[in-house]
Design a protein around this ligand. Structure first.
Ligand code: ARG
Length: 265
């Protein structure tokens, strides 16, 4: 009789454990839906089209989350709010062309890298600015809190009163259009896409490999997030099974260098 009681207790405990294990990721066979936040003002990675959030990053994060076995809901909240939401864990992750930096790694976790990027300069055609050095003394617009801001501050100091910071990158570009600044510094793909899509603005881009370092984007997670292992695995799957290449070709009309991403891991 005692033995029977023990067996039933063990079974009961095992059953409860099983139940709670289900609860953490999938409840009753239903997929948990992850809340993804973004700043949808950074085409072609994330932007709004007829009220919908679209872009390479959006396709990519959906593929990764599907691969990991979760549901997904993407919401545009803006750049600064992304970091607040992830810190407070009101969102599960963020996708927003977010560069993996040592500074950010102190407060957040990242998945393995999924995109190679670099800062670049956007100027009106015929500008005297031909390199990063030429930005000295010029009025520069950046999106506040980006690596573009960091790169300019590294070159010309943090208390540079010629540096104008905007809430999103579209506002920085608008300022250049209005003639309020002489240049914008932002991620190369964003700068080059803008030029291509807006030929009437007569802008051109200036690369400077000596001044701007290689950067890698990652998905941003709360520090210690239990999702990291699942998402890293899923990112690798998407990189390896042809999905990444398909999405890359859809958005950039060329083939990706997957090896350079893998070599970073
Ligand atoms: N890669 C840069 C950074 O991480 C800029 C990203 C801006 N992204 C955006 N969606 N506005 O700082």
């Amino acid at each position: 009789m005692k033995k029977l009681k023990l067996v039933s207790t063990v079974l009961m405990v095992a059953f409860l454990l099983l139940l709670s294990a289900c609860g953490t990721s999938k409840t009753g066979g239903e997929k948990k839906t992850l809340r993804v936040v973004t700043d949808a003002a950074y085409a072609p990675f994330e932007y709004q089209d007829k009220g919908e959030v679209v872009g390479f990053d959006i396709d990519f994060v959906k593929a990764v989350i599907k691969e990991a076995g979760y549901g997904v809901k993407v919401e545009h909240v803006g750049w600064d709010p992304i970091f607040v939401e992830i810190e407070k864990k009101t969102a599960d992750l963020a996708v927003s062309s977010i560069t993996i930096t040592d500074k950010r790694k102190q407060s957040y976790d990242f998945t393995v890298p999924y995109f190679l990027s670099k800062n670049e300069i956007l100027v009106p055609k015929g500008s005297s600015i031909k390199s990063a050095k030429d930005l000295e003394g010029k009025r520069i617009a950046v999106q506040n809190g980006t690596t573009g801001q960091e790169a300019v501050e590294k070159l010309f100091g943090e208390n540079n009163d010629k540096l104008k910071k905007f809430e999103n990158n579209n506002l920085a570009i608008l300022e250049l259009k209005k003639g309020g600044v002489d240049a914008v510094v932002a991620d190369n793909t964003v700068v080059e896409t803008y030029i291509k899509n807006n030929p009437n603005d007569n802008f051109e881009f200036i690369e400077d490999d000596g001044a701007f370092e290689k950067e890698f984007y990652g998905l941003l997670l709360p520090k210690g997030s239990k999702l990291k292992a699942d998402l890293d695995k899923a990112v690798n799957k998407v990189l390896e099974n042809g999905t990444y290449e398909k999405l890359y070709e859809k958005w950039f009309k060329t083939k990706p260098d997957i090896k350079i991403l893998k070599d970073q891991q």
